[in-house]
Ligand binder design. Structure first.
Ligand SMILES: O=C(O)CCC(=O)C(=O)O
Ligand SMILES: [Fe+2]
Length: 200
């Protein structure tokens, strides 16, 4: 591996404190024509994720050689910040033989590849002591969203209001109305009234 991208300002102190990681879960993801081309925005069941692009030969959505774009939400998911951002998500270019390190609780996804095959090694690192502490992201209070989400942060599988901001990807219209985010009590003021009534 020739280098790793680590977004600045993405502190990992709490996640790596008190002896560090207590478990790891590693797996490969594969993107190829006729199978998955990319991955919708989501969070991981990890405290810190390592994502290494191992192969093979592919072109990204903008036809770049062996590079693809990954949107990473600037804010850590917490019950206070219900998994998506009102601030613009940053775009990280993950290219062959490089690694990306990010908090599992930050929403992220992989843009579709245009051609070829992309293979990435994903390592989910968990810290049981961090998870048991009051600072754990999923122990924070879940507050109302202050404003509509950033478009780049939207997820067609998770967000009820995805279709209010952008068209569903071809063939994925069936996800309309199926998401859970944001729950009714956390809707921003200008969210469509029909969606505000939905319960979690
Ligand atoms: O393919 C990628 O770059 C992201 C994969 C990922 O986020 C995951 O498998 O959880
Ligand atoms: Fe992920």
């Amino acid at each position: 591996m020739s280098g790793a991208t680590h977004e600045s300002g993405c502190g990992m102190k709490r996640q790596t404190a008190e002896g560090g990681f207590t478990s790891h879960h590693s797996f490969m993801v594969k993107y190829k024509a006729g199978q998955d081309l990319g991955l919708d925005m989501h969070t991981d069941d990890s405290d810190v994720t390592v994502n290494v692009c191992l192969g093979k030969d592919f072109r990204g959505a903008a036809n770049q050689m062996r590079r693809t774009e990954t949107a990473v939400c600037p804010d850590e998911h917490s019950r206070r910040h219900p998994t998506r951002c009102v601030r613009p998500s940053s775009t990280v270019i993950l290219r062959l033989s490089r690694a990306l390190l990010h908090l599992g609780s930050r929403r992220h996804g992989a843009d579709d590849i245009a051609s070829g095959e992309r293979n990435n090694l994903i390592v989910w690192n968990q810290n049981a002591r961090y998870r048991a502490s009051p600072g754990y992201v999923n122990r924070q209070p879940y507050l109302r969203e202050a404003a509509p989400p950033d478009k780049r942060c939207l997820s067609y599988t998770h967000d009820r209001d995805f279709g209010d901001f952008t068209a569903y990807p071809p063939g994925l219209e069936e996800f309309r109305g199926r998401g859970w985010c944001p729950p009714a009590f956390a809707c921003y003021d200008s969210m469509a009234p029909a969606l505000k009534k939905d319960e979690l």
